[in-house]
Design a protein around this ligand. Sequence first.
Ligand code: HEM
Length: 204
Amino acid sequence: MKDTRFARFVVIVNGAVPLALLCWDAYRHQLGANPVNFAIRTTGMMTLILLPLSLLVTPVKKLTGWNWLFPFRRTLGLYAFFYACCHFTLFFGLDQSFDVSRTIGEMVKRPYLVVGSIGLLCLIPLALTSTKNAIKRLGSKRWQALHRLAYVAAVAGVVHYYMLVKADVRQPIAFAVVVTLLLGFRIVDAVRRRAARESKISAA
Ligand code: HEM
């Protein structure tokens, strides 16, 4: 098995760079006229970039046979969860002053917040079951079924972004195309595997 320690180190460091830059710019008051909104949007964008990246690992692994890529799915997935938590905490903490009733009021007024919350809620069980122990405890079949929530989180993230964008929807649509292709690959792959299984059974 290929030694991926250095490559994983590079991914872990690069995953932390956007947050480090955001903190550095915040420290130097370089986040513009609305620093809280800038920080919310930056962490939201990082979540939406990291989610499809983590979903990209399996298709690439299947197409190339690069099994050594597998651990990167977990690293990227946990980073997506981390940035989603930062994103929500910045909103709930700095924008809504940890005021639960006010936040609920905002969610009623801005439905895209509800869609974003569905995405975040889907990521929580995935992060909690990302350890080897959890896979053993759940069994790989149930674990894989649970981790299909990653697709729901990705779709919710794209819809959340599309709903909040006022004018130019090109970026949300680009993310929608990427997520659709990633889901499409999985559906085609599942259909193929089923057909192969059935033809094996009928040949037996
Ligand atoms: C999987 C979960 C989520 C993803 C992928 C996500 C992603 C994003 C993205 C891409 C943006 C826009 C960034 C930009 O304009 O550059 C954004 C903005 C925002 N998100 Fe999320 N988000 C998620 C969950 C949430 C949650 C749970 C909340 C709060 C309940 C939330 C509140 C916001 C707010 C307030 C904005 C800024 C809107 C504005 O500028 O008008 N998001 N999010």
